[in-house]
Design a protein. Sequence first.
Length: 366
Amino acid sequence: MNTGEKTNLLDLGRRGLEDFFAGIGEKPYRAAQMLQWIHQFGLDDFDAMTNLSKELRARLKETAVIRPPAVTQDQLAADGTRKWLLQLDDGNAVETVFIPEEGRGTLCVSTQVGCALNCSFCATGRQGFNRNLTLAEIISQLWLARRALGAGPKGERAVTNVVLMGMGEPLLNFDNVVAAIEIMLDDLAYGLSRRRVTVSTAGVVPMMDRLRATCPVSLAVSLHATDDALRDELVPLNRKYPIRELLAACKRYVAGDARRRVTFEYVMLAGVNDDVAQARALVRLLEGIPAKVNLIPFNPFPHTSYRCSAPEAIDRFRDALMQAGLMTVTRKTRGDDIAAACGQLAGRVLERAPRARRPALQAGSP
């Protein structure tokens, strides 16, 4: 994030803060103090950081800022879902969504401006891809939401879970996404457990393996089809990493941990992937994988040819999965009156990136 000569401390994790403080002649423990002030207490005013000396606070004001993107829209849906539009320094914009439920509050975080994967049923993919978000732009979504939502009547935090399921493919912005997750998990920052942070992927197989080795949080996989021909159409990434390779990576991801399971997302498209025969095929496909299936009623957007499956068709599909012993949930449609429902996030992209600028697997990936 461009802040002139000053360092935006939202763009630094614990190790980055240690390096920053070393660079201005301070001890490494200052990083832990700053992490706590910024992320646990939500401060952006150095003068309010009372365990720092006046001299250090003055030096920080000369060399650093704590500056998130600007919030240009703040919309509240009838069901309590809340969506923010964040303006980035380059004029692009991304969206963040908070979904309140009984006993939990889930924040849906974006990781890219647009998306290069072009899934045919997703509004984000239709607008093209511009760039990856920085660490500051990713973690600021949680920072801003926590400040906006405050605490509950008993002091509990409104955000209990984070899902990296907003705009973009998280695993194609691997380094910045993992750096943001590390802040989310840090006890001096947000203190979330690994099971309360979920990375959603369309199936970038090498990066799934790298995530398991680096930062094994909860995993959600956008499946949406039971055969390669249909999935090639719905999720073009399948042409590079077909279903067999994807499911093998899912098995590797949960291997060695009896408590871990993969959540499979399955959007319900009328006459496309919603008959009972396909439900039975899904049961066979997921055999041997500790799995949960989320059935997602399709959320229409302008110029799409898809329609949402009828409620009775969704129920039949769900029942076929559950009768076979698959844990299955039909996701409630939330926030569709403010275009905050799954697959509807659009934000704003200034220009479609040329092919050469689209994200590739990063160097050093498995």
